[in-house]
Design a protein around this ligand. Structure first.
Ligand SMILES: [Zn+2]
Length: 248
C-alpha cells in the first residue's frame, strides 16, 4: 500500500472513474459519491431512462439531462454537462446539494440546466426525479400555438395537465424559476419549455419516464388529429373526473 502500486481508487472527490460501463461501482464509495449505495440504483434507473429516451427519439445528440434523489433527500444525482443520455456511466453523474447547488461528489461539472433541476426539487418536496428532454412534436406543436391534447386514458392518467413556460435562455435562473413556478401548485407535472424541450417531474424515475413518454405520445396524437382536420377531441371528461374523484 505504501508505494506506487496497482490501480487503486484515485483519492479525492474529483476522481476520474473513466468510461466505466453500467457495472463496476467503486467499492467502499464515500457517501458523497454517486456510486454510494443510496444512489447506485437511481443512477442505474436514470441510465436506463436515458437509453430508452434516445431510442424513442425524445432527445437528440447530447441534449437533455436527468436527475433523481432518494425520497426527500438533500442531495440529488444529476447528469454531467455534455453527456449523451444513451451513454450514461456512473462517472457521468454529479452529486449536488439541492439547497445551494454545490457539487459534493462525482463528476465536477453538472449539466448547465442544473438550476432547472434544483428549482423543481425546491418547489416540490414530493418530487424525486426531474427529466428534461427535447421531445420534438411536443415542442413543435407548442411553438405553433397548438395545445397538446390528452386524447387517451393513458394520456390523462400519466400527464394530467400540460403547462407552457415562455422562452428563456438555456441554463438561466429565469428558465428554472419560470418552469418551477408552473409546477408549484402540485397539479401539473409536465411543463413545455417553449422552443426548447420539456421538464417532467414525478416521485420516482419510473413515473417521470412514463409521463415523458405519454407527453410526447399525446403530442403525436394531437398532431395526427390536426392532420385529420380535428381540432378539439380530448379524452372523455368523465374519465378524469373518475380518476380525480377516486383520489388517484
Ligand atoms: Zn435542453
Amino acid at each position: 500500500m505504501g508505494s506506487a502500486g496497482p490501480p487503486t481508487d484515485p483519492a479525492g472527490p474529483g476522481h476520474s472513474a473513466g468510461p466505466v460501463g453500467g457495472a463496476g461501482p467503486v467499492g467502499g464509495a464515500s457517501p458523497a459519491d454517486p456510486a454510494a449505495p443510496q444512489y447506485r440504483s437511481l443512477v442505474a434507473e436514470l441510465a436506463t431512462l436515458g437509453r430508452k429516451a434516445v431510442a424513442a427519439g425524445l432527445v437528440q445528440g447530447s441534449g437533455g439531462n436527468l436527475s433523481a434523489r432518494p425520497p426527500g433527500a438533500e442531495l440529488a444525482v444529476v447528469t454531467a454537462t455534455g453527456t449523451w443520455l444513451d451513454e450514461l456511466s456512473p462517472a457521468a453523474f454529479s452529486l449536488v446539494r439541492i439547497a445551494d447547488g454545490i457539487v459534493v461528489g462525482g463528476n465536477p461539472a453538472p449539466s448547465v440546466e442544473l438550476p432547472l433541476h434544483l428549482e423543481c426539487y425546491r418547489v416540490r418536496p414530493d418530487v424525486n426525479a426531474v427529466v428534461h428532454l427535447h421531445p420534438q412534436l411536443s415542442v413543435l406543436l407548442t411553438a405553433l400555438g397548438h395545445p397538446i391534447r390528452l386524447v387517451t386514458t393513458d394520456h390523462v392518467y400519466y400527464v394530467r395537465e400540460v403547462r407552457v413556460a415562455p422562452y428563456r435562455h438555456s441554463g438561466t435562473t429565469e428558465l428554472a424559476t419560470g418552469a418551477a413556478a408552473l409546477l408549484a401548485d402540485g397539479r401539473c407535472n409536465c411543463v413545455i419549455l417553449s422552443h426548447h424541450g420539456c421538464s417532467v417531474v414525478a416521485d420516482s424515475v419510473e413515473l417521470a419516464h412514463k409521463r415523458a413518454v405519454n407527453l410526447e405520445e399525446a403530442a403525436l396524437a394531437s398532431y395526427r388529429a390536426l392532420l385529420l382536420g380535428d381540432t378539439g377531441t380530448v379524452c372523455p371528461p368523465e374519465f378524469r373526473a373518475r380518476l380525480e374523484g377516486s383520489g388517484d
